[in-house]
Design a binder for this molecule. Structure first.
Ligand code: M6R
Length: 588
């Protein structure tokens, strides 16, 4: 939620922050702004709306060696130019961009007002430059004032601050992502790596309560330890190409298309890690999967797959509901958290609760160096590469694939699992081909004016129905709901009217039962779209997805991702940046 970027070095900082911010827009796109230090002045520019393809020249930003930028997902204060970041101190010398929430901002604002400082916005962020200003007035220099200010700021935040008279950036991290890119005589600081991937793959992941002072060098002070600390440089194995749209119109379709490659990477994953994690699972008593949104449907897939292949029962809990069950945890429990971003606040809270209870923690995340990775005992990286579209697609199928491999390893059949995945990879080339895309587009044309779409599946196809539902809802804004096939007659069937589109996921394993459900829908006038290995007279349309047994979840979701995309296109929605959403939900 919100993306921040800063640059200091020999290149044109304005150019870098404008282009970098475009890569972070998935984190929020209500408004954007920049502060450019063009000695002796600071140029501040704010705009409401998406940054789009605007250039540094069109924005009229000066050449400079130091600049910061921000793209906003509004939390405190409506979407106006005044509330847009950067925010400045009263003396107009301290400029700040911020991602996160300052929880005590009302009390702090009152205090600062009592000290004669006036406020112009409704944001929580504005108290940051003004708190720094307050400490500078008490005699501290800029960096010391930043350190002192943190003692008064509660909540989760990543901050980049600059002072008009100083050629440096101060970067602060507390429970919100912030990563430093290390170039030749230059530094980048951003919420996420794609913002500067064009220039460097060397990164420093800041730790909790790190305050980095960046000028010609970098020094990191940790406020909890109250001392300077060494932070290692890590090499990222992503490349700049992965963070570009290339020949695609949208990241959404690019990322759907990439799934053959991303899954191949999972199929060739380091076996030692899978075996180690499976070992932890074997020796634990009381295991929970936790996650939110799409990752939670991957967890549900895990529950079914572990039951089926590994004959193991795993509990599943939405991360934000986990506090209700944490009293079941002890030092033999294991909590496995799934998250694309590794920064979802609810998921991190669940992991922290697990650790507090003495439980072991494992994460499956796509983001190297993320909070989740750093805070859990072991991590399996999803290897999906940067996922820029706000909707999760390729990270989801990678999570499914990793869980499938773990289940096979637990059953003592890892090689079989890997073979299965490799077979699926070959099939995914077909599922993402132009032929499939065109076929699905025709189906989308029939559904584009639908008010409701219902999706059903049984067994492993049930989480698929739920994930497909989420994809359709969040990008096309059509109301969709997913159900377990058996649930229909317990109430849901009342919703079916003549022409209601119903998507039915089938597999050879439960074909008879799910086809009966499809018949029940058809008998009430439903327009039936079958997704699965065999055609059936009950289907009005059939999307053939060959039988892949335990890997059905991976294969069947792909045409649904394409359907959601096509619906968005036909309905004039932005597939990469749906309204009201942000990629990384860093607030509770
Ligand atoms: O980064 P995470 O996987 O933890 O994110 C969880 C959800 O916020 C995310 O999956 C969300 O539901 C997406 N909009 C799905 O497309």
């Amino acid at each position: 939620m919100c993306g921040i970027i800063g640059y200091i070095g020999p290149r044109n900082a304005s150019e870098i922050v404008v282009e970098g911010l475009k890569k972070l827009e998935y984190r929020g796109y209500d408004s954007f702004g920049f502060a450019v230090r063009a000695n002796p002045d600071i140029k501040i520019l704010k705009r409401v709306g998406k940054i789009g393809s605007v250039t540094v020249q069109e924005l009229g930003l000066p050449n400079s060696n130091l600049a910061i930028g921000h793209t906003r997902w509004a939390t405190h204060g409506s979407v106006t130019e005044i509330n847009t970041h950067p925010h400045i101190s009263q003396d107009e010398k301290i400029i700040v961009v911020h991602n996160g929430i300052i929880e005590n901002f009302q009390a702090q604002k009152k205090f600062l007002e009592s000290q004669g400082l006036a406020f112009y916005s409704q944001t929580d962020t504005e108290i940051i430059p003004k708190t720094i200003e307050y400490h500078m007035k008490r005699g501290y220099d800029f960096v010391e004032a930043c350190k002192h200010s943190l003692k008064h700021l509660e909540g989760q935040y990543a901050i980049v601050a600059l002072h008009k008279d100083e050629n440096k950036l101060v970067a602060i991290r507390k429970e919100a992502p912030l990563v430093i890119g290390v170039g030749e005589g230059e530094f980048f600081v951003a919420s996420d790596v794609p913002a500067f991937l064009e220039y460097t793959k060397k990164v420093i992941f800041l730790d909790e309560m790190d305050l980095a002072v960046i000028d010609k060098n970098i020094s990191v002070f940790n406020l909890t330890k109250n001392s300077f600390v060494d932070r290692t440089i890590t090499n990222i194995d992503w490349n700049a190409e992965q963070a570009r749209k290339g020949e695609f119109d949208h990241f959404f379709m690019k990322e759907v298309y990439e799934q053959a490659n991303t899954l191949e990477r999972v199929a060739n994953i380091d076996e030692t890690l899978i075996k180690e994690v499976a070992g932890e699972i074997r020796k634990s008593e009381g295991i929970f999967f936790v996650a939110c949104g799409t990752a939670s449907y991957a967890c549900m897939h895990g529950v079914y797959t572990f039951a089926k292949i590994a004959k193991m029962h795993i509990n599943f809990c939405l991360a934000h509901e986990f506090p209700n069950f944490k009293h079941f945890l002890n030092n033999k429990s294991l909590v496995i958290a799934l998250s694309q971003s590794g920064e979802t606040a609810d998921t991190l809270t669940a992991i922290r609760a697990a650790k507090a209870a003495g439980a072991k923690t494992i994460s499956i995340t796509n983001a190297m160096g993320s909070s989740l990775m750093r805070e859990s005992d072991k991590t399996i990286l999803a290897r999906a590469g940067p996922e820029i579209c706000v909707l999760s697609t390729k990270a989801y199928t990678s999570q499914l694939a990793i869980l499938t491999l773990l289940a096979y390893e637990l059953a003592g059949k890892l090689d079989e699992g890997k073979e299965k995945l490799k077979e699926v990879v070959r099939y995914i080339y077909y599922l993402t081909s132009e032929h499939t895309r065109k076929f699905i587009q025709e189906i989308a044309k029939n559904l584009r004016y639908a008010q409701h779409i219902y999706l059903i599946g049984r067994g492993l196809q049930y989480p698929t129905a739920l994930e497909a539902t989420l994809k359709i809802k969040e990008v096309s804004y059509i109301h969709a709901e997913g159900f377990a096939g058996g649930e229909l007659k317990h109430g849901v069937i009342a919703l079916i009217e003549h022409g209601t589109p119903c998507i039915v996921f089938t597999s050879t394993e439960n074909e008879k039962e799910i086809i009966s459900n499809a018949m029940e829908l058809k008998a009430r006038g439903g327009y039936i779209i079958g997704v699965g290995p065999n055609n059936n007279p009950v289907f009005d349309v059939w999307i053939k997805v060959r039988e892949s047994e335990e890997a059905n979840s991976i294969c069947q979701i792909i045409p649904m991702q394409i359907l959601a995309y096509q619906l968005a296109m036909l309905r004039g929605c932005d597939p990469d940046k749906p309204r009201n959403l942000a990629k990384s939900v860093t607030v509770k």
